[in-house]
Design a protein around this ligand. Structure first.
Ligand code: SF4
Length: 188
């Protein structure tokens, strides 16, 4: 893992240092959806024998898709992640950025990639007022301090992922924080 990605992962771990008790009480579905990967993350997870779906050498997912007659049902929404076992992530220390960021995430709207706070998460539903404002400010600051090249790679990877992802029931509920591009531009 490159040093920028490692630093970002460490800072996200610190941001979410108090989340576990909330997760323990949560009754929402966990670990469903397109678990996409940066190319570097895919390469590290290959080394751990994690099954990966690779499309056009540019788009990578943890392989949790159903297969019928040898074909992947890539359009089936919200596949449960096969790496979740007995209620726990079996690759917790190596889990990808998309998992480390959640419930902060990315959504595309009007061709813009937006940084959002997903609301289908007990943690984000429970925080409000000053606590929520402080949490969002910290998340934004962490990303602002991240290498623009890494953020650009995240943005590009997410665009590719989103282009082939299916959301037939509509997008998840979320609250917009800011366009991801604005955080990249602030650092350039
Ligand atoms: S990699 Fe781990 S944390 Fe991420 S969706 Fe799969 S089980 Fe959950």
């Amino acid at each position: 893992m490159n040093s920028h990605l490692r630093k970002l992962c460490l800072e996200l771990s610190f941001l979410y240092r108090d989340i576990r008790p909330v997760c323990a009480e949560c009754k929402d579905h966990d670990c469903e959806g397109y678990v996409w990967l940066l190319k570097e993350e895919a390469s590290s997870l290959y080394d751990l024998d994690v099954p990966i779906v690779e499309i056009n050498d540019s788009t990578f997912f943890i392989h949790s898709f159903e297969e019928v007659d040898g074909s992947l049902l890539i359009n089936k929404p919200k596949p449960p992640c096969k790496l979740r076992r007995d209620g726990l992530c079996s690759i917790y220390d190596s889990r990808p950025l998309v998992c480390r960021m959640y419930p902060v995430g990315l959504v595309t709207a009007d061709e813009e990639v937006l940084l959002v706070l997903h609301k289908d998460c007990k943690f984000s539903r429970d925080i409000n007022g000053e606590t929520k404002a402080a949490f969002i400010a910290q998340a934004v600051e962490i990303l602002k301090q991240t290498s623009p090249d890494l953020l650009n790679e995240v943005l590009t990877s997410y665009r590719d992922v989103d282009a082939i992802s299916a959301f037939p029931e509509g997008p998840n509920t979320f609250e917009v924080i800011t366009p991801l591009r604005s955080l990249i531009n602030e650092r350039r």
